[in-house]
Design a protein around this ligand. Structure first.
Ligand code: C2E
Ligand code: CA
Ligand code: CA
Ligand code: CA
Length: 278
């Protein structure tokens, strides 16, 4: 089935019946992709609602496969997470994101935060030193970098996770809590962990303004974030009606197709230029 082009979409998806052999093949394919430079980063801008300015961007990985074309992360990140290959993928992503941010910093682009997604398995005690080393090698100011983590990262050993977070924020790198509201965890961590930003998951944004529950959840997250002195961003904003609701509710930033899909660095630079002229 793997050689049948009609099945190419399903090929990299996770399947309970997926054979060991097939998994190993994808894994070795991905390992090769890392070496062959087949991974690329796309960038999606984050807008501050009150100013209309681009204040950040999220780096999102894609696999430019020689025969399958542009493979979305949903088709290989979950597998990379189960096999542990996510560590190497994550190393490449951090390296690439910092290299790109350093180019923008040197070119005199007004500072913005470039966010990198970090899986729970990458959140190890060696991460802070690797982040510090990468910033140093690219002479990148730490304020340019943000790490997006999920609630699953926080579910692990409290002392261990806090120590890693403290070392990362001590560098001047900010942390945001991705897909907020979808995980199974207690709200008490919000005051115990050094988190700067809450990111409202797209599943809630989608229901705005027609679904009363989604509106209530998004509104509650925003007011809680404000009271806890956290920044709050909504992902997956596609309509003006959603933007209006979020502005009224006091949300700080938005990210979504309404403004831009994730795009290659070159196209993102054009968004930056257009945004400055506003
Ligand atoms: P995520 O971190 O929640 O990223 C947001 C996803 O929503 C992205 O999908 C983005 O393209 C999509 N999105 C943004 N705005 C809109 C919108 O207005 N409408 C719709 N329908 N979608 C929107 P993408 O790029 O396919 O990434 C999927 C997931 O893969 C990410 O979800 C993240 O969990 C993971 N991922 C992507 N890149 C990396 C990476 O470098 N490292 C790790 N560990 N995970 C990554
Ligand atoms: Ca994210
Ligand atoms: Ca997200
Ligand atoms: Ca999400």
């Amino acid at each position: 089935a793997a050689d049948n082009p009609d099945r190419s979409v399903a090929f990299y998806s996770q399947d309970m019946n997926q054979g060991m052999q097939e998994r190993m093949r994808i894994e070795s394919d991905l390992r090769q992709a890392l070496g062959n430079g087949e991974l690329i980063l796309y960038y999606q801008p984050k807008f501050e609602i009150v100013s209309g300015r681009i204040v950040g961007a999220e780096a999102l990985v894609r696999w430019l496969h020689p025969t399958r074309g542009l493979v979305p992360p949903s088709d290989f990140i979950p597998l990379a997470e189960t096999t542990g290959l996510i560590v190497q993928v994550g190393e490449w992503v951090l390296e690439q994101a910092c290299a790109q941010a350093a180019i923008w910093q040197r070119a005199g682009v007004p500072p913005f935060r470039l966010a990198v997604n970090v899986s729970a398995r990458e959140f190890t005690p060696t991460l802070p030193a690797r982040v510090a080393d990468t910033l140093l090698r690219y002479q990148l100011d730490a304020s340019w970098l943000e790490l997006e983590i999920t609630e699953s990262t926080l579910m692990h050993d409290f002392e261990r996770v806090t120590a890693i977070m403290d070392r990362i924020t001590a560098l001047g790198v900010s942390l945001s809590l991705d897909d907020f509201g979808t995980g199974y965890s207690s709200l008490s961590y919000l005051k115990r962990f050094p988190i700067h930003t809450l990111k409202i998951d797209r599943s809630f944004t989608t229901g705005i303004p027609s679904d009363p529950s989604d509106c209530a959840i998004a509104g509650t997250i925003i007011s809680m974030a404000r009271q806890l002195n956290l920044r709050v961003i909504a992902e997956g904003v596609e309509t003006l009606a959603q933007l209006d609701f979020l502005r009224e509710a006091g949300c700080d930033e938005v990210q979504g197709y309404l403004y831009s899909k994730p795009v290659p660095a070159f196209d993102f630079e054009r968004s930056l230029r257009e945004n400055w002229l506003l």
